[in-house]
Design a protein around this ligand. Sequence first.
Ligand code: HEC
Length: 123
Amino acid sequence: MPPISLTVDEMADITSFLYFLQFTPPPGDPERGVLLYINSGCAKCHTPSAQEQNAIGPDLRAKGPWESDIDLAREMWNHAGNMYGTLPAASQEWPRLTEREVADLLAYVRAIGGTLKKEKKEK
Ligand code: HEC
């Protein structure tokens, strides 16, 4: 088998992704997750939130659905650069969460992910 060749950037991405995965133990509690979603600032940028009109980020109900926590973690990782970029605009710092909290937060976001699409389909 030929050796696998990765660029430095690809290697960094994979390493960070694997690092992130260890913070996603199953299963989270979406009811605790919604509080984290609000208290960690996600709701400042994303709909559903109090400020639907001036949301900086996409409506998460129109994204997903994500099959697993890993799917969602990967999606967040892919968008992390742009999310970080908008943090100053929202006067928001990136939240520091425990493993348990990450699991709960992901459970909540997965629960709302794809619900707008579903509603549309049902009509
Ligand atoms: C400072 C504003 C801001 C904050 C705070 C923020 N986000 Fe985001 N988020 C964004 C922006 C902007 C994008 C779109 C980035 C892009 O398109 O690449 C995004 C994208 C995402 C996506 C990817 C959606 C897709 O396209 O599939 C997810 C999931 C997500 N955010 C979840 C969260 C969660 C959970 C939190 C709380 C921990 C959070 N975000 C906090 C601004 C923010």
